[in-house]
Design a protein around this ligand. Structure first.
Ligand code: ATP
Ligand code: MG
Length: 374
């Protein structure tokens, strides 16, 4: 395959690395595991797909890679309809959870393998392999075998190997899930840096880990039962989740059922929680009179012993847990349990204590109740 600089410049100019799912369904036997997925990853963007186990994330990724054939719909890369192209002809790099580096090949041979498979010349390989190892900070390990590397180092080599043929599109399927929390944090930062140095690379990133998604992605898609249930910028999904599932899945929001919405000025609304009136943003412009959910992130609750705070609820402290740099407190209010996260307090409340919890109306939003997906 030709991958000269001219080809790259041309594909970049024509949005050649855009990934497009157009109404894509995937069926195994008579079971549909991906339902009419329509989603665009713009050139140079990182989109993260998150969702519970079995929700169809890997299936979506494999459909782009060409390992799964859609039962209907089209997969586009740039202007090309690749739905019926073999994986090899799609110019895609892919890294999966436990990337099986070839155990009998040294690091540099592993990275060279992908280039050789693409028919690269030996002089090109000799130049490109060190370049790619440098990109992932693995230059010093070129002559090691995979068994002589840590898990994080192996994943770096896997990324170098995927990037070596200069793919336009990189697919990452839970690339960090086998690593422990600390190495994972460091690797997230490295992937973010790597993407800054390759601004034209389009990345579709599958993960269970919402902090990976929030850190790396421009847009996040939330999958459930083979359907895309929410899509938006990381910030907008976090701040204004479109439904209960999105609110709970991304950021573990407190969702309190509230009644009789009354729109007020500035896109806010007043709602009733039991016999208390509360004010919140009505981002989704829910209609007057409707019942919905009040979405309060754990860090948006404040607690007070005063009785004069507006937008406050009477609450009883259920538990106080200190976790180093944060304190997690659960409260009972109006028959519901809610969670608050704060920096450690000098005078924390005690379990059983009656207090008030409150929030700024601008920090919280109203979410439609969605009976079909409760
Ligand atoms: N080859 C296959 N044959 C039959 N069913 C399959 C096949 N591959 C996947 N499935 C089913 O498709 C559904 C979606 O699987 P998929 O691997 O896409 O989920 P996922 O979101 O990646 O989950 P996880 O987070 O556990 O990796 C699951 O119910 C799974 O059992
Ligand atoms: Mg998967």
């Amino acid at each position: 395959m030709k991958t000269g600089p001219g080809t790259e410049a041309k594909t970049a100019a024509t949005g050649g690395s855009r990934i497009g799912f157009e109404d894509v369904s995937v069926t195994y036997g008579n079971l549909t595991v991906l339902h009419s997925l329509t989603l665009t990853v713009n050139p140079g963007e990182v989109v993260a797909l998150i969702g519970p186990s079995g929700s169809g994330k890997t299936t979506a990724l494999r459909a782009v890679a060409g390992f799964v054939r859609p039962s209907s719909g089209r997969i586009m890369i740039g202007e090309r309809n690749v739905t019926h192209l073999a994986p090899y002809d799609r110019k895609i790099g892919m890294v999966v959870q436990n990337y099986a580096l070839f155990p009998h090949m040294r690091v540099d041979e592993n990275v060279a393998f992908g280039l050789r498979a693409h028919g690269a010349r030996e002089d090109v390989i000799r130049q490109r392999v060190p370049e790619c190892l440098a990109m992932v900070g693995m230059s010093a390990y070129a002559r090691r075998f995979p068994r002589e590397l840590s898990g994080g180092q192996q994943q770096r080599v896997a990324i170098a190997r995927a990037l070596a043929p200069r793919p336009q599109v990189l697919l990452l399927d839970e690339p960090l899930s086998a690593l422990d929390a600390q190495i994972r944090r460091a690797m997230i930062d490295e992937i973010a840096k790597l993407h800054t140095s390759l601004p034209n690379l389009t990345v579709l990133y599958v993960t269970h880990d919402q902090s990976e998604a929030l850190t790396l992605a421009n847009h996040i898609g939330i999958m459930r039962d083979g359907k895309l249930r929410a899509f938006g910028t990381s910030q907008s999904l976090f701040r204004n989740p479109p439904n209960r599932f999105a609110a709970e899945f991304l950021g573990r929001a407190n969702l309190m059922p509230v009644k009789d919405l009354q729109p007020t000025e500035n896109g806010h609304a007043r709602v009733s929680f039991g016999d208390t009136f509360l004010f919140a943003r009505n981002h989704h412009r829910l209609a007057g009179g409707s019942d919905c959910l009040l979405c309060v992130r754990p860090h948006d609750f404040r607690f007070t012993r005063a009785t004069s705070e507006p937008n406050a609820l009477k609450a009883t402290v259920l538990s106080v847990q200190w976790q180093g740099d944060v304190q997690n407190i659960t409260f009972e209010t109006g028959g519901h349990t809610v969670r608050m996260t704060t920096p450690p307090m000098a005078d924390p409340p005690q379990a059983g204590e009656s207090v008030r919890i409150h929030f700024e109306p601008g920090d919280v939003t109203l979410v439609p109740e969605d009976p079909a997906h409760g």
